[in-house]
Design a binder for this molecule. Sequence first.
Ligand code: SAM
Length: 410
Amino acid sequence: MQTRRCERIPEHPHSLGTMALVAFAVIWQPDDDLRRSMLFTEEHNRLDILFRPPPLERLLGMRTQQKLVADRDTNRLTPHVEPKDPHAATMYRVAPFVKFPLPLADESEYKWPMSESLPPTPNPAQTAAQTLDETRAALHQGSVEMYEDAELYDHEFSRRRHDVAWYRQLATDMTSVHKRALSIVELASGTGRLLLPLVRDGHQLIGIDRSAQMLSRCQARLRALGKKAVGRALLLQADFRELPLHVEKNDRFRLIVCPFNGLQHLYHREDLERFLSEVRRLLHPDGIFAFDVLNPDLAWLSRSPTRRWSRTRFKHPRTGEKLIYSTNHDYDPATQIQWIRIFYEPDPATPKAQASAPRTIHLSQKLYFPAELTALLHYNGFRLWYRAGGFDGQPLSPVSAEQVICARVR
Ligand SMILES: C[S@@+](CC[C@H](N)C(=O)[O-])C[C@H]1O[C@@H](n2cnc3c(N)ncnc32)[C@H](O)[C@@H]1O
């Protein structure tokens, strides 16, 4: 007689209720990437993350490798090659050649400052210190210029919603875990692209940013939400490397966020260390520090700096002027800094008398590679607690556009 072996159902660390909830999220909300990919549960008194099993993910739909590549390229501005660019020659200057052996100055790493702020021809009398000062000035310029026209910033990123949904879900899940309204700190809060939805969700927010223009737009948008919203938010103008907040040990924040590449304005190791030590000082031992930065893509970073990419026609939201947007950049692999130039030129169809002068905006971004970031977090008292290659919870892969990270104090 054959005996049938009775298989025990393997014990799952999560209760049936939780599994049912996941199944519900998966089946009924296929468009909501976040719910499908990630769920914070209260079980075992800690936050767990449940990943989708890959076959189910394939069944449901569907982000193939090609789609990921396409998404990544759209995210990073799809190239529109313009080989007949009349300005190309003046927009890009070849860097002064590097003499060997390289000087062993403290910060000799800045040997390749490609910014247009450099004089057109190298001056042999120029000291290393002067070059350094110029590089620092160019870096500063690259962290403020883009934020001077806050209305244009909002216009350009008005379609960026996927990250907002993810941070909102994180805050909601943490509220349900801690069973009380959260006080959240947003570093580099800008015009309130995320801060406002969080305030609307009922959280208390402290938004910190260095740009007066971004903050005043945020303030105006807050006022438009009404008195209650204004009462739930505090906006502070400050450098996120030195935060003007002093909290008692027990009042430390359970959620600190720095969305949309804020960390990429930290160009030197010392800057990042000061920033992380401030986060550590304010973060509750059970708290989460959540942020996202670009996942460095060498193919994109090595694009020709002499060409124009991402050519797009648009109307300025305030002036109504029709403009052509395009961009290019230099990437310095030694410092991992990307020197981006964003060109705004009048549409050729605009009559000359009405056309504004072409403008170039500089944006500098430090690129952080995944293992480097993990190490930096580790040596600054944090541990990586969650990492994905996008706001849809996909694991980090060679085609991931972003690194979405939750870190905790270790
Ligand atoms: C890409 S924007 C992100 C804004 C907003 N978090 C969002 O998601 O739209 C980067 C922001 O960082 C701010 N920023 C850059 N360097 C900073 C610094 N050292 N201290 C504080 N804010 C800074 C800029 O003013 C800008 O508002």
